[in-house]
Design a protein around this ligand. Structure first.
Ligand code: TRP
Length: 480
């Protein structure tokens, strides 16, 4: 415990120094960040093109004090994880070095920044779906080395956000919001998000999120939002009282992404449509406001670069095994909003609760446990979970050899143990972090400071593009 605490403090200092010494030097990444399959090993060079599907590696420890465990898991991921991405046509980021010439001609390519951004809502406690489907994936991104076409390792800048402004789009209880927010942030850290490598911050600590969301509200057609499946589903449940905030939720999400010129956004499959919408909004904004001589004049007068303000992000969608389904219905997603707590395993559930939930979870009357039988979604779900929480990579065959012939009664204690063992170290770290509020707040402050700096710059560029009067004391962004 002490060692870990010391580590966090050291980590904070290193992070603080990194932030203080300038945001542009230590987190930058290059265009060859390629988001799809994890199949290679450390120091193996990757060759890819900007829009192609290629390989990435998982390199650094999953958790700062669990090297060995990580290495095992790394092998596991290399074989199992399948990600997909939409293609993007990223434009340049606001403060990067000039990167306009054709890249092939240069010996040393200029560094093009790559940013990873994601967030989870701090409603209630996070469950296995949030963890396996999102946060654990972020940890992998954070820890991956990225290579450019010359084989140079290039760092990536990561932003992981607790999206508390999104959490109020459904009715919420003020007495819980603060605790859920801090608890989510603590879980990010416990799961292995490392503040020396990633910025962890709370969305509402960066006012530009709300402000950009308003600006984007005004340029987004209602029709685009009316098509959003998640809105339709959530609105159904709320009837007449459905809030405007829920309707424009995807615009706030677009603002989250766009403020950081994010290029890679790891999310669950259910967020794909929101990412597409974000890309549409980026294109619309750039088309409407970032073209022509008037735009160039406004930029010049304000001292900002006259390239398009926003970058189209890629969704990084984890496919296989990442969809963790409800324990009481293998065909619907594990969800915080399911009224039954027995439908999900929360990351902080104690061992007894986990065992009880598994004991009571839905099964079927068919003998044996098998994968991918459409009539047996519960079997597939539990096998996916079982596979995801293995300490070392195991093939499907290997797992089936072990458990395929078991009855549900035999399988249940086996999977319960595996989940308990997997979550134990995360829970230990969680309580360590959560019980040191000063350290946690400091990490969030450092994260928000760094985030604010980038976000404010984008917001200024946005306002210039839209033609707002910019008050004189506004700092021009770092000169190009
Ligand atoms: N809507 C996302 C979800 O429910 C959470 C989210 C908000 C998010 N803002 C984001 C995810 C920005 C990625 C990037 O999962």
């Amino acid at each position: 415990m002490t060692i870990r605490l010391n580590y966090s403090i050291t980590a904070m200092i290193v992070f603080a120094v990194a932030v203080a010494s300038g945001r542009n030097n230590c987190f930058r990444a290059v265009s060859a960040f390629t988001p799809t399959l994890t199949t290679t090993v450390r120091n193996q060079h990757h060759h890819s093109t900007r829009t192609s599907v290629a390989t990435t590696s998982i390199v650094a420890p999953l958790n700062w004090n669990h090297h060995q465990h990580h290495q095992q898991r790394q092998q596991q991921q290399q074989q199992t994880r399948q990600m997909s991405t939409t293609t993007s046509t990223s434009t340049e980021e606001t403060t990067s070095s000039p990167d306009d010439e054709p890249q092939e001609k240069k010996k040393k390519k200029p560094i093009r920044p790559e940013r990873v951004l994601s967030g989870v809502q701090p409603t209630g406690s996070l469950h296995l779906g949030n963890y396996l489907g999102a946060i654990r994936q972020w940890v992998d991104f954070q820890n991956e080395d990225q290579f450019n076409d010359d084989g140079d390792v290039v760092p990536v800048e990561n932003f992981f956000c607790v999206v508390d402004l999104h959490a109020i789009t459904m009715p919420h209880d003020p007495k819980d919001l603060q605790e859920s927010t801090l608890s989510s942030a603590a879980l990010y850290l416990a799961a292995g998000i490392d503040p020396t490598k990633s910025k962890i911050f709370v969305q509402s600590h960066v006012p530009a999120h709300s402000e950009l969301a308003w600006l984007l509200n005004c340029i987004t057609p209602m029709g685009w939002l009316e098509r959003m499946i998640q809105f339709k589903e959530k609105a159904k449940k709320q009837g007449e009282s459905v809030g405007v905030g829920l309707f424009s939720y995807p615009i706030l999400m677009a603002a989250d992404i766009m403020l950081y010129q994010s290029t890679k956004v790891p999310v669950g499959e259910d967020q794909r449509q929101h990412l597409e919408l974000t890309r549409d909004i980026v294109r619309r904004f750039n088309d409407l406001f970032c073209k022509g001589n008037q735009y160039k004049k406004r930029c010049k007068a304000a001292g900002v670069p006259s390239r398009p303000v926003f970058v189209e992000p890629d969704a990084i969608i984890l496919k296989e095994g990442a969809r963790v389904m409800s324990l009481t219905d293998g065909s619907s997603k594990m969800s915080k909003s399911d009224p039954s707590d027995a439908s999900r395993i929360n990351v902080l559930d104690d061992p007894k609760t986990i065992r009880d939930k598994i004991k009571r979870c839905k099964t079927d009357a068919i003998p044996g446990i098998e994968w991918d039988n459409p009539d047996r979604p519960e079997a597939t779900n539990l096998l996916n979970i079982y596979s995801a929480v293995q300490p070392t990579k195991r093939t499907k065959e290997d797992i089936l050899n072990e458990v395929g012939e078991m009855t549900w009664g035999e399988f249940k204690p086996v999977i319960a143990d595996a989940i308990v063992n997997h979550l134990q170290p995360i829970q230990d770290r969680y309580y360590e972090v959560r019980n040191d509020p000063d350290a946690l707040n400091e990490i969030l402050k450092q994260g928000a400071d760094a985030a604010n700096e980038v976000a404010e710059r984008t917001l200024l560029n946005t306002k210039v593009a839209m033609g707002f009067n910019i008050p004189p004391p506004a700092q021009p962004p770092a000169s190009k």
